[in-house]
Design a protein around this ligand. Sequence first.
Ligand SMILES: [Ca+2]
Length: 293
Amino acid sequence: MYGRRRWVLVALFATCFSGCGRPSAPTSGPTSVADLGPRRPDPQLPLFDGFEGESVAPFWRAGDAGSGRYAAGAVAVTSDHARSGTQSVRITVREGDVRQQGDDGEDNERAELDSGKLTFAGRELWYGFSMLVPPEFPIVSTRLVVAQWKQTGIKGGPLIAQRYRSGRHHLTIRDWSDPDGERQEYPLPAIIPARWNDMVYRVRLSASADGLVEAWVNGERVVSHRGPTASATGDDQVYNKIGLYRDRMVQPMSIYFDNYIAGDSRAAVDPSRFDGDRRAEQQHAADGAARRR
Ligand SMILES: [Ca+2]
């Protein structure tokens, strides 16, 4: 672990050395941040990938780590589209990729980037990313998850899942106050093909009533959920994945992602914060490296 972190520092310092600017002023949104409470600096944060390098950032877990996350060639940095800078990452799932059988007995397949485990006890985590669904994307009834948060040490579905199915964009949250393990569902704004959507999530994972999930899409808060958001019997670790997780089907699917950030405030993770300011991206990467020293 130490070796990997040191490698990250070297890579990010090299980026900074090529020219650091000051970060742009964070964009402000309609949501109050007055109730965020005190924050403790987390040496693991921020994590940032603007996908401007030759490959994805070193903090992402390898495709074949653990039970497998993506097949060879499924994750590609590309200049096809960019939310900021000149590149993004294209994630593609094809039939049979990292095939597994889900708890429901269904065959599933995946191509997902996993940002690694974070300890969540008693604190908030913020995540941001921008995603673009290309015009040729198949609109089908097959189950599809494009972002998910999972708790280690428990079985079953994700704590939180952003889903896109039959053209319906929505968020599901496991309901730990329900002994039957049902989930609550929230609609998200419709996805318009070929347009970037800026996603921001505020998450407090807790087995108690102080749990919360809030979501913003393009600056508008669209989900505000309160109540238990994690299992009391699971581990105190969460991991977030972006990409494509679906039931088995023949036709491939690709989605583009840019400006992935895990941080400790809304301003820190807002994918729009780099609008028109490439140098701010470099500074943000350098800030993350400095905090991990
Ligand atoms: Ca980019």
